[in-house]
Design a protein. Structure first.
Length: 91
C-alpha cells in the first residue's frame, strides 16, 4: 500500500486532535529505537531508522532490559479486532 508520509502525519494529527490526545512528536520513533535496541544490534537499528549507529547508541542504549522489545513488538489485537487494509476505505 503506497501512502505518503505527509498524508499519514496529517491523518494522525487529525485523529489525535479528535481524541484529545497529546502525543510527543517522536514518540513512535523513540519507542521503536529503544525497544529494537534491546534485542538487535545498534547497526541494525540504525540502518532501519536511516541514522548513524553512533547516534542510536548515544540516545537509545540506556534504560531497557535485554529482550524487552520482543514483548513490545509482540503486541497484537485480540479476537476479531483486526481490520485488513483492503477493507479500509479512504475518506
Amino acid at each position: 500500500m503506497e501512502f505518503a508520509e505527509s498524508a499519514f502525519r496529517e491523518y494522525r494529527r487529525q485523529l489525535l486532535a479528535r481524541l484529545k490526545i497529546t502525543f510527543p512528536i517522536y514518540a513512535s520513533r523513540n519507542s521503536y529505537a529503544s525497544y529494537s535496541y534491546s534485542f538487535r544490534s545498534g547497526g541494525e537499528v540504525a540502518k532501519a531508522m536511516g541514522d548513524l549507529e553512533e547516534t542510536v547508541r548515544r540516545h537509545y542504549i540506556e534504560g531497557m532490559e535485554p529482550d524487552t522489545g520482543f514483548a513490545w513488538f509482540g503486541i497484537r489485537p485480540e479476537g476479531n479486532k483486526i481490520v485488513a487494509f483492503q477493507d479500509v476505505v479512504a475518506v
